[in-house]
Design a binder for this molecule. Structure first.
Ligand SMILES: [Zn+2]
Length: 456
C-alpha cells in the first residue's frame, strides 16, 4: 500500500479530525496480512451493533489510502488505485466510483472524529476482512494472485439452509459429489479440491479443527447440517445433512463457474411440478441482510435484518395460500447470502417477479416509504406495488425511484427493492416492528403482486 500524499492528509486529518476518545468504546486490534497495525494511542476500534467502526485516521495512517474531508457536505472521500469511496455522515449509502452502494452502518461524526465501517471500506479496496469476536481483532488480508498450491483449491464461502434447501456458496469450479446413505438416513456432499474460504467463519460457525454445524429448525425432514474439512489430500470439504427419514433430493447449480449450488429436498417420491410450472407464477421474496450483516440499526437499536425477515416470512405465508403463485424466499432464517447469490436464486428459478425487502436509514427527520426499480422492465411492477404499499404503511409517499442496487440490476425478471420506512425515525421504526403494520404491508405486497401478475 503506498503512502500517497501522506503529509497532505495528515494535515487534513489534524484539521478535520481532532482527537476524541469515547469512554464506551474498547480497543480492538487490526492485523494487515498477519502483522498487527500500530494504532495511535487515542484510536479506538469499536463494534457498534455488529459493525466494526474505526476512526478515519486508521484508513489513512495505517492503510495508507488517500483521505479527504469536505466539511460543508460532511463527505469523506477515500481513494486508492482507481477506486473512490465517498461516504456522508449519517447516510448509509456510499458512492463507489459514482455508484450508490449500501453500507451496514452510516459513518458517524463524534467529538470531531469521523468513524467509518472498516469492513466496507477495506472490502471496497479489495481486501478480505475477518472479524474475530473473541479476540476482538480485525484481520485484513490482501488476496493472493496466482502461485501457491492452496490457490488452486476452490473455496466453500458459506453454507445456509432455508426453504428445505441446502445452499452452498462457492468460488472456483466445484463438482459436488452427493451420496444418499441410510442408518442413519443422511445426505453426504463432498466438495473435492476445496477448502473453507477466509470469510467462511464470518457467515458460519467453525472450530479450530475446521468442524462446524448449522442449527436447522422448522424443517421436519432435517435434524441438522454439519460440515468439516474431511480430507486433506485431496483437500475435501464434506457437508452432511442428517435426516429424520430417507429423502430424495435434486442438485442444482453445478454448471461450471456457478457461485452457488443447491441440494433441494423439496421433492416428493412422485415427482411433482417444479415451482412456477403448470401455469403458476413464481415470486422470489428477498429479505435484505442477515446474520453478520444487520443492515441499518434503528433509533432503539432494532436491526434491519430482523424487520426484513419478519416481513418476508409474512409475505411468504400469504403467498403460499395463493393457488396460482409459487413463492421462494432467499432466506427464511437469520442467515446471510451474498447479493449475487440472491440474484442467482431468482435467475436460476426463472422467477416472474423479485421483491427485495429493506428498511431505510437517514437523518432522524426523514420518514416514509419508497420503492426502487432499476431496469425499465421493472417500472410497472414498482408502480403497482408502491400504490398498494403506500396505502398500507400510511407513511409519507416518497415515490417510485430508479436506484442502482445489485439485486434489482442483475436479476433478469421484473424486480423491485422496497424501503418500507426509516429505522432512523422514531415513528417509522416503531411501526416497522409492529405486527399489525407488518401484516398490512405483507397483505398489500401480495395484492400488488396479484394485480401485476394478473392472477386470481
Ligand atoms: Zn437494507
Amino acid at each position: 500500500m503506498k503512502k500517497f500524499g501522506f503529509l497532505l492528509f495528515l494535515f487534513v486529518i489534524m484539521v478535520a479530525f481532532p482527537k476524541g476518545a469515547d469512554a464506551s468504546s474498547y480497543s480492538a486490534k487490526i492485523y494487515l496480512d498477519g502483522n498487527e497495525l500500530s494504532l495511535s494511542s487515542n484510536v479506538k476500534v469499536e463494534n457498534i451493533s455488529g459493525t466494526v467502526m474505526v476512526p478515519i485516521r486508521v484508513i489513512s495512517e495505517n492503510l495508507g489510502y488517500s483521505v479527504g474531508w469536505n466539511k460543508s457536505t460532511q463527505t469523506v472521500t477515500v481513494k486508492e488505485g482507481g477506486k473512490t469511496v465517498e461516504m456522508v455522515i449519517g447516510n448509509k449509502y456510499a458512492m463507489i466510483n459514482g455508484q450508490r452502494t449500501e453500507m451496514t452502518k452510516a459513518p458517524i461524526l463524534r467529538g470531531g472524529t469521523t468513524i467509518v465501517p472498516i469492513r466496507f471500506v477495506s472490502e471496497q479496496m479489495g481486501l478480505n476482512v475477518k472479524w474475530d469476536n473473541q479476540k476482538k481483532a480485525v484481520y485484513l488480508i490482501t488476496p493472493t494472485t496466482g502461485g501457491g498450491e492452496d490457490d488452486k483449491l476452490s473455496t466453500v464461502n458459506g453454507i445456509s439452509f432455508s426453504d428445505n434447501r441446502l445452499m452452498v456458496a462457492v468460488s472456483g469450479n466445484v463438482k459436488p459429489k452427493v451420496t444418499k446413505l441410510s442408518s442413519p438416513d443422511r445426505i453426504v456432499i463432498d466438495v473435492e479440491n476445496a477448502k473453507f474460504s477466509e470469510s467462511f467463519s464470518s457467515n458460519n460457525s467453525i472450530n479450530a479443527n475446521l468442524n462446524g454445524e448449522l442449527i436447522v429448525t422448522g424443517y421436519p425432514d432435517v435434524k441438522k447440517v454439519r460440515y468439516s474439512l474431511y480430507n486433506s489430500n485431496p483437500s475435501t470439504v464434506r457437508i452432511v445433512i442428517d435426516l429424520n427419514y430417507a429423502k430424495n433430493y435434486t442438485l442444482q447449480g453445478t454448471e461450471s463457474g456457478s457461485s452457488l449450488f443447491i441440494v433441494d429436498l423439496n421433492t416428493s417420491t412422485e415427482p411433482g411440478p417444479d415451482p412456477g410450472t403448470g401455469g403458476k407464477k413464481l415470486v422470489v421474496i428477498d429479505a435484505g441482510h442477515g446474520a453478520h450483516d444487520p443492515g441499518a440499526i434503528g433509533v432503539t437499536q432494532k436491526k434491519e435484518k430482523d424487520f426484513t425477515l419478519a416481513l418476508a416470512l409474512k409475505v411468504g405465508k400469504l403467498l403460499e395460500k395463493e393457488q396460482n403463485i409459487d413463492v421462494v424466499l432467499t432466506r427464511s432464517n437469520d442467515t446471510f447470502l451474498e447479493l449475487k447469490d440472491r440474484v442467482k436464486i431468482a435467475n436460476d428459478l426463472k422467477a416472474d417477479a423479485f421483491v427485495s425487502i429493506h428498511a431505510n436509514s437517514g437523518p432522524s427527520a426523514a420518514t416514509g416509504t419508497e420503492t426502487y426499480y432499476r431496469r425499465e422492465a421493472s417500472k410497472s411492477l414498482a408502480n403497482v406495488l408502491h400504490k398498494h404499499i403506500i396505502g398500507a404503511t400510511g407513511l409519507k409517499d416518497r415515490g417510485v425511484k430508479n436506484g442502482n442496487f445489485h439485486v434489482i440490476r442483475e436479476t433478469n425478471m421484473p424486480a423491485v427493492l422496497l424501503e418500507v420506512g426509516f429505522l432512523s425515525n422514531t415513528n417509522d421504526e416503531s411501526k416497522l416492528f409492529n405486527t399489525t403494520f407488518q401484516n398490512a404491508v405483507a397483505e398489500s405486497i401480495v395484492v400488488g403482486l396479484k394485480e401485476y401478475l394478473k392472477v386470481k
